[in-house]
Design a binder for this molecule. Structure first.
Ligand SMILES: NC(=O)c1ccc[n+]([C@@H]2O[C@H](COP(=O)([O-])OP(=O)(O)OC[C@H]3O[C@@H](n4cnc5c(N)ncnc54)[C@H](O)[C@@H]3O)[C@@H](O)[C@H]2O)c1
Length: 264
């Protein structure tokens, strides 16, 4: 599949991995619909692309809202006439252990709140489902060949302090198998689904993590540094172009060996 001339929708395209994906795909000749909650970031990214002569539109939307996902898919089709690529980079973390104990009494002093649990489920799982569902609907009805790319995480294997986040990311990693199985069942042959599971990547998201824990984790990465968002974007470009990539989740971690000496 060619990136040049295709139309891409990227959620969470205003920052981090999403922004790098938007810039990569636009650089390779795609027309891009950039979706984000942050109008300021949309203005910055889309303004920049337009100044470079690229075709881009910014759509402010919240992926947790069914009305919004329908609206941004329609806006992308209205702007560029079709959709071929969806990358769901909108994601959040709200870290915390399920239980916190009082050091003196040993009794539970604090619990992971339902708010923190629900916020992460809503954006990372429900938002991904709605975006994938509505993009697939447009591709099927429009007869456009396409690829759906949800973003999972290496923490799909389970990370202490991220019960909410890991639960969403293991579900996102399952999506390609289920969705492509469904496409096979329904005779939908021209739409693929491939998920990407990055390791620790240098984006604003990591500012919400315990920085001591992050430092310790990076010490266990064989690559010896955080992954750059552009490295994730180039893998996504490959997954778009290589039609044999399908119904799977591809890890890109730099060699995360954690706990000590064990590759995750
Ligand atoms: N950074 C990492 O180390 C890492 C590792 C593995 C997976 N991921 C995943 O990659 C994806 C992108 O992460 P990132 O590090 O680039 O994050 P980021 O915080 O840098 O960017 C996320 C973007 O999503 C937008 N967003 C958040 N909630 C939204 C919503 N409800 N609707 C629309 N937009 C929304 C934000 O405004 C922001 O621009 C996430 O799904 C994340 O879980 C990140």
């Amino acid at each position: 599949m060619k990136i040049e001339g295709s139309v891409a929708v990227v959620t969470g395209g205003g920052n981090g991995i999403g922004e790098a994906v938007v810039r990569y795909l636009a650089g390779a000749g795609a027309k891009v619909a950039v979706v984000d909650m942050s109008q300021k970031d949309l203005d910055r990214v889309v303004g920049d692309l337009k100044a470079q002569g690229k075709q881009a539109v910014g759509i402010q939307a919240n992926v947790t809202s069914e009305a919004d996902t329908a609206r941004f898919i329609k806006a992308a089709v209205d702007a560029f006439g079709k959709i071929n690529i969806l990358v769901t980079c909108a994601g959040i973390i709200r870290d915390g252990t399920m239980l916190n104990l009082d050091k003196e009494t040993g009794k539970v002093s604090r619990k992971l709140t339902l708010d923190k649990w629900q916020a992460v489920i809503d954006v990372n799982l429900t938002g991904t489902f709605l975006s994938v569902r509505d993009a697939a609907e447009a591709m099927v009805n429009g007869g456009w060949p396409g690829v759906l790319i949800p973003i999972s995480s290496i923490n799909k294997v389970g990370q202490v302090g991220q019960l909410n986040y890991s639960s969403t990311k293991v579900a996102d990693a399952l999506l390609p198998k289920i969705v492509v199985g469904e496409f096979q069942l329904r005779g939908i042959k021209n739409i693929r689904c491939v998920a990407i599971a990055p390791g620790y990547t240098a984006t604003p998201l990591l500012k919400g993590m315990n920085q001591d824990a992050l430092k310790a984790i990076v010490a266990d990465v064989h690559l010896g540094r955080l992954i750059e968002p552009e490295e994730i974007a180039s893998l996504i470009g490959h997954c778009v172009e290589n039609e044999a990539m399908n119904a799977t989740t591809v890890e890109i971690t730099g060699g995360l060996c954690y706990p000590k000496g064990i590759a995750k």
